[in-house]
Design a protein around this ligand. Structure first.
Ligand code: BGP
Length: 470
């Protein structure tokens, strides 16, 4: 018997800069991703360089129809993609949008509609127009709020009747850890003042509220969600100091949900700002905007959990999604060192539901792994049992959370088709049900092949979760 609601939105997730390619086609301007050939692992380059896999990515810009048909073959109910801001406003501060860019997403939506797939659209996913970064220092500058609002209004006016679910900023809390990628901030992280960093965060939060307000005016049937990078933080020991340390670390993520859902800065957040000597400029008008334009639902990514301790001598740190955390000795890790914790997903779902009482949408979860393309019965494929196990185990925990009474709207696996990774800009870190023949050195035919997990996920969707192995 399936525990999943009948209208559960099964699907997959992507982001424009990681799949589209065509980085300068159709009037598109440059984005920060064009000067980040190696993700967040090295400083930005002054100009775009040829070693940037994202320039072509997996060529979704030209192959979207075939790719969406493959998603439909798996039975996707929803497809999460992002709109490249610099396709719509090539510089970011113009007053008129680029029609060719808008028309591209019309065509993508046509394909979704043809297959009965509900689009789930991220307005800004790690690709601030480069001009806004270089001229304004990205989200540090208050002017970005207006540019983003104009962009969001264009999207709601154009697609508001076709797109029901919108996310304002991908993993908004990651600005604190990846100021360039997440906040379009040109000032190198080690030279950025805390006040500027938190001002950038504040500006994004205000922009998110303004987008929600605009959606209510221009697309009344739309639902707007925030998107948070979730990473549960467990105390390394039962020592109360460790428990408090874990809570304090976890609140650096939870604050973003608190603000989006409750419409105000929580006391613990204000205390932390003042202890860090941060002086924010917040107007009364902005306070009112936050309060009056809270989100309809909360979406989040989930890949890893971490631990925390107050005891410096026990702080053994390892990689997490975009920021590190204390290793949990009870967990195994992926090839990239991200610790795998299916139960953590049930914990997050329960915690968020208890805390916010808003419908939850898991919009990213998946396993990045090195896949081996093999030939079986004359067909090229990947026997990715490890991915099936990872997804199965996480989905079982989603089912548990549903049984716990948590309201879960849907689940979109990250990188439903292989794509360029965000943190390290590699193609060899594969997440997809569909293998894309392209390698880290840029070679490959770009042909698509179904992995073993393709049929597995199709059956999970067809059976509405009943086929999962408990
Ligand atoms: C999230 C991002 C995605 C994505 C994913 C996996 O942080 O929202 O864009 O890429 O993580 O991370 P990576 O690509 O670094 O493996």
């Amino acid at each position: 018997m399936s525990r999943f609601p009948d209208d559960f939105l099964w699907g997959g997730a992507t982001a424009a800069n990681q799949i589209e390619g065509a980085y300068n086609a159709g009037g598109k301007g440059l984005s920060i991703q064009d000067v980040m050939p190696h993700g967040v692992t090295t400083p930005r380059t002054p100009l775009p360089t040829d070693d940037n896999l994202k320039q072509i990515a997996i060529d979704f810009y030209h192959r979207y129809a075939d790719d969406i048909a493959l998603f439909a073959e798996m039975g996707f109910k929803t497809f999460r993609f992002s709109i490249a801001w610099s396709r719509i406003f090539p510089l970011g501060d113009e007053t008129e949008p680029n029609e060719e860019g808008l028309a591209f997403y019309d065509r993508v939506l046509d394909e979704c509609e043809k297959h009965g797939i509900e689009p789930l659209v991220t307005i800004s996913h790690y690709e601030t127009p480069l001009h806004l970064t270089e001229k304004y220092d990205g989200w540090v500058n208050h002017d970005l709020i207006g540019f983003y609002e104009r962009y969001a209004r264009v999207l709601f006016a154009r697609y508001g009747t076709r797109v029901k679910y919108w996310l304002t900023f991908n993993e908004i809390n990651s600005v604190l850890h990846s100021p360039l990628m997440s906040g379009g901030i040109n000032t190198p992280a080690d030279q950025l003042s805390k006040t500027d960093l938190y001002q950038a965060v504040h500006n994004e939060l205000v922009a998110s509220a303004l987008a929600t307000k605009a959606a209510r005016e221009l697309a009344p049937s739309a639902q707007v969600g925030c998107m948070i990078l979730s990473m549960p933080v467990y105390p390394l020991s039962p020592d109360p100091d460790d428990v408090m340390a874990a809570l304090t670390t976890e609140r650096t993520n939870l604050a973003f949900g608190d603000i989006h859902v409750r419409g105000e800065y929580p006391g613990y957040y204000l205390r932390s700002l003042s202890e860090q000597g941060v002086n924010l400029v917040i107007t009364d008008e902005e306070r009112a905007l936050l309060k009056e334009n809270t989100v309809d639902f909360v979406s989040f990514s989930y890949y890893v959990s971490v631990a925390e301790t107050a005891d410096e001598s026990k702080r053994v740190v390892g990689p997490g999604n975009l920021f590190p955390g204390v290793r949990n000795p009870t967990l195994k890790a992926s090839e990239w060192g991200w610790q795998i914790d299916p139960v953590g997903l049930r914990i997050v779902l329960n915690q968020f539901w208890d805390r916010w009482q808003k419908p939850l949408f898991i919009v990213e979860n998946g396993l990045g792994a090195r896949d081996q393309l093999v030939e079986i019965d004359g067909q090229k494929t990947v026997v990715d049992d490890y991915r099936i196990v990872y997804l199965n185990d996480h989905l079982v925990q989603v089912g548990e959370a549903v049984a716990d009474g948590v309201s879960v709207m849907g689940y979109t696996t990250w990188g439903c088709i292989d794509l360029v990774s965000a943190s390290t800009a590699e193609l060899s870190k594969r997440y997809g049900f569909i293998y894309v023949d392209r390698n880290d050195d840029g070679t490959g035919s770009l042909d698509r092949y179904k992995k073993k997990s393709f049929d597995w996920y199709a059956e999970v969707i067809r059976s509405n979760g009943a086929s999962l192995t408990q």
